[in-house]
Design a protein around this ligand. Sequence first.
Ligand code: UT7
Length: 328
Amino acid sequence: MPNTNAYILGTGRSYPEGVITNADLEKMVETSDEWITTRTGIKQRHKAAGGEYTSLFAVRAARQAIEKARIDASDIDLIICATVTPDQILPATGCLIQAELGAHRAAAFDLVAACSGFLYGLTLANQMIRSDQSRYALVIGAEILTQYVDYTDRGTCVIFGDGAGAAVLGQTTGERGILSSRIRSDGRFAEQLFSPGGGTRLPATAETLSDGMHFFKMRGNELFKVAVRSMTEVSTEVLSEAGYKPEDIKLFVPHQANQRITDAVADRLGVEESKVYSNIAMHGNTSSASIPIALDECVEAGTIKEGDLVLMASFGGGATWGAVLTRW
Ligand code: UT7
């Protein structure tokens, strides 16, 4: 019997209407459009308004993915919501999404792997599908990062934005689907990107809030180097495991962390610029949402077509990283 494989049947994306431009940030912190553009590639990022929450955008993205996959929500038996900005501590945002979609047969949970969350989710869903424990899996990356951004800290506030992306995976026995994937982490880098307050270690109090302990703290410069090295290494691994070379890739869709990280990884891998997808100018860094948003944009624009070899790679807080190679 041929091996069962998992492939992406449909994608979707959603983000808030609100936008913060570099010009807006110039009025908030000591920065400039020129610095942000040359150091990150970002021109604007979406920002949720008061009353907008993570699952709102996740559900919108998921509905599109389900419709494009031509299945019913009730067919889904696995929902993985990758997020570091859940609606609330309990229950899982995945369960809230499940209820909203009416996907009552699914097992739903949240996955915390920061910017690598979507690729962690794809990797798990792939294994569930291959082992026949799941027929249709919904993997979502959804974040309202701007709720945790300190708009007096120019090192982080220029980077992060909000949004959600989703993908429905199904079974195939054909030549398409996820060919190889790898996920990795190293907790020794935990304090390079973290939010110290609000958990059991430093519970939320009036003091932790006024000290801004719930905001993201980032040592961006140190993370930059680890990101470039680990994304390059893990991409090389998944390519060689599947028996491909960088020149075989039709499209490289990296996590949109910083244009200079994307350029450095592509350069080290030897992937030519025309095959590298970037939307960071319009969205900033949306953590777990960045890859599924990018995939949906590519499918819609016809940049990804059936049969294309697509490489995805990510790096995020934790530190976490991973890569997935798929035949679309
Ligand atoms: O999503 C996955 C996890 N996150 C990442 O992978 C983020 C990776 N890191 C980065 O994207 C970059 O490190 C940043 C964009 C965050 C910072 O860029 P950088 O080129 O690494 O800058 P830097 O931190 O080395 O700072 C260089 C200078 C400093 O000034 P001095 O000390 O040289 O005078 C900073 O204070 O740039 C200054 N600076 C800024 N200036 C204007 C830092 N942020 C800003 C700013 N506007 N927004």
